[in-house]
Design a protein around this ligand. Structure first.
Ligand code: ADP
Ligand code: MP5
Length: 512
């Protein structure tokens, strides 16, 4: 009889399909900004891109030499054609050109507003050329009321408020708070135009939906001239990630991390002699959120083989039926306490590398809980037992592997190495506890209390979350990273088997 199911009950269910993201923006024939950048950014972040063109520009990486705004009736025709046929999950609005266009887009949004609306209030290109008539700036107020998030750069923020351009990050942030309060909209203040080693951004969300009113995101400023289309790319990535169901702070964090790498690797492209484009496809096209379940299923295939081995171990059989020698149990507990101490540090490393605040908090909580469990092991089980507190070889090889992955600093690979301890332990715990109950939960079982603590629903829930975060990291990984993740996972999974087998193999046997 196998106790290993074909799929773990803790695996994530398939996520949403690709969000359908509409860009309403102008065309940039050089491909770095506008509609062209938006479609690349949407695809790179896992969405399906649609595009309605507001205006044509004649531009390259050095500047804009002409703007043509087609009759607004034709813009409305394009918008109506989309809404008559396609359900749009998110819309990103970029260059609008003039007040008439703003009016037509606002009318359409009033009738067909998708669930997510991100407004990039494009006014001036990075070359300094105007992309919105000066007298149309006031008309943007009507669109802001229909948006979820507005993403102004420093000069746009000043223009929207009718104030002087902020000279530093603190004043820009204050202006962002005023704009958010004035229009009842979330504001992503972008600090790309300021100087300094850090490129600051901040999400001001006064709706109460985020953990705090202001979430600040910092990234090293890349020394490059290739910043053509950074704002277009960021707002499209943000719309895509919000459309995929991420909460605003997570969506901004993930979009910014993706953009930073696109800026940092922009020199791989050779487009034009001015402000070149960013490298949208640095990690290829992101698989759909639905694929998250596939990554977890692949890891399960590895884990299932090792689980099979764990169930065959004499230690597990004896723990299950209560016949386990006291000295073997004590050895296992002592090694577990030693392991948990290092595991806590490894979880803390995952917390410090985490791309989102939710993950940062999750791993930090896990790190703390390991120390609590370690203390409890000493207090309730190890006190009074004669047991060596020296790391056994199986414990050492396992923690050395984890510490090495933590030292490498790749979040995706590290969480893959961390996961088997959650997943295999939760599976073994659930099975042993179920079998204990099926045997009538006999009080005479000398490890009854241990088995009860083994199958804790809160731990199962944490495991489910750890699997989901690891699978999401896999979705965002490069093929080489995914291979490294699988290797790291396979090693830890194998070390779990050795860890459970260690009490039976310890030398000399018979003494704790
Ligand atoms: N040199 C840079 N290094 C890192 N991030 C940058 C750099 N320049 C811009 N960014 C980021 O690109 C995004 C767009 O910023 P910004 O240049 O302010 O807007 P826009 O492109 O609309 O003018 C922001 O997230 C900003 O932090
Ligand atoms: C058609 C079009 N739309 C927008 C921008 C602004 O680009 P950036 O993202 O650099 O502010 C642009 N240059 N061209």
């Amino acid at each position: 009889m196998t106790r290993v199911p074909a799929a773990s009950s803790l695996q994530p269910v398939p996520g949403k399909p690709r969000p359908r993201v509409l860009s309403i923006a102008g065309s940039d024939p050089s491909g770095g900004a506008g509609i062209q950048a938006d479609l690349k950014s949407i695809a790179a972040n896992g969405g399906y891109g649609l595009a309605v063109i507001t205006a044509l520009t004649a531009q390259n990486t050095r500047g804009v030499t002409g703007v043509h705004v087609p009759p607004v009736e034709f813009l409305t025709r394009q918008l109506e054609a989309i809404s008559a046929d396609v359900t749009v999950d998110a819309v990103k609005i970029g260059m609008l050109g003039n007040a008439e266009v703003i009016g037509a887009v606002a009318d359409w949004l009033g009738a067909h507003r998708p669930a997510v609306v991100v407004l990039d209030p494009v006014m001036v290109a990075s070359s300094g050329d105007r992309l919105l008539d000066a007298d149309a700036e006031a008309a943007l107020g009507r669109l802001m009321a229909l948006a979820d998030v507005v993403t102004p750069n420093v000069p746009e923020l000043a223009a929207l408020l009718g104030e002087a351009v902020a000279a530093d990050w603190e004043s820009a942030l204050e202006q962002g708070k005023r704009l958010a309060a004035e229009h009842g909209v979330s504001v992503l203040v972008k600090g790309g135009h300021l100087d300094g080693d850090i490129s600051w951004d901040a999400l001001v969300d006064l709706s109460g939906a985020s953990a705090s009113d202001v979430t600040v995101f910092e990234a090293p400023r890349v020394d490059t001239v290739n910043t053509h289309g950074t704002g277009c790319s960021l707002s499209s990535a943000l719309a895509t990630l919000l459309g995929a169901g991420l909460v605003p702070t997570e969506a901004v964090g993930a979009a910014k991390a993706w953009l930073l790498e696109a800026i940092a690797t922009s020199s791989e492209l050779a487009v034009g002699a001015g402000h070149g484009p960013v490298n949208h496809f640095h990690h290829g096209v992101l698989p759909s959120a639905r694929d998250v379940a596939g990554y977890a299923a692949d890891l399960w295939t590895t884990a299932a083989g090792d689980l099979e081995r764990i169930y065959e171990l004499p230690f597990i059989a004896a723990l299950g039926d209560g016949s386990l020698e006291e000295a073997d149990f004590a050895y296992y507990l002592a090694q577990d306490a030693l392991y948990l101490n290092t595991y806590s540090r490894v979880l803390a490393a995952a917390s410090s590398l985490a791309p989102t605040e939710a993950e940062q908090a999750f791993w930090a909580k896990g790190a703390r809980e390991c120390l609590d469990v370690e203390a409890e092991l000493h207090r309730s089980w190890l006190v009074g037992r004669e047991v060596s507190m020296v790391q056994g070889p199986e414990t050492k090889q396992y923690v050395d592997h984890l510490l090495a992955r933590a030292g490498e600093g790749d979040y995706a690979v590290l969480v893959a190495a961390i996961l088997p301890c959650y997943w295999l332990y939760a599976e073994v715990g659930a099975v042993l506890f179920r079998e204990f109950e099926q045997a009538g939960a006999p009080d005479s079982h000398q490890y009854a209390m241990w088995l009860r603590s083994y199958s804790d629903p809160a731990f199962a829930e944490a495991t489910r979350q750890a699997i989901a975060y690891t699978a999401e990291a896999a979705r965002r990984s490069t093929p080489a990273q995914w291979t490294a993740m699988q290797e790291a996972f396979a090693h830890s999974s194998r070390f779990e088997v050795d860890f459970f087998d260690a009490p039976s193999r310890r030398v000399p046997r018979g003494r704790a």
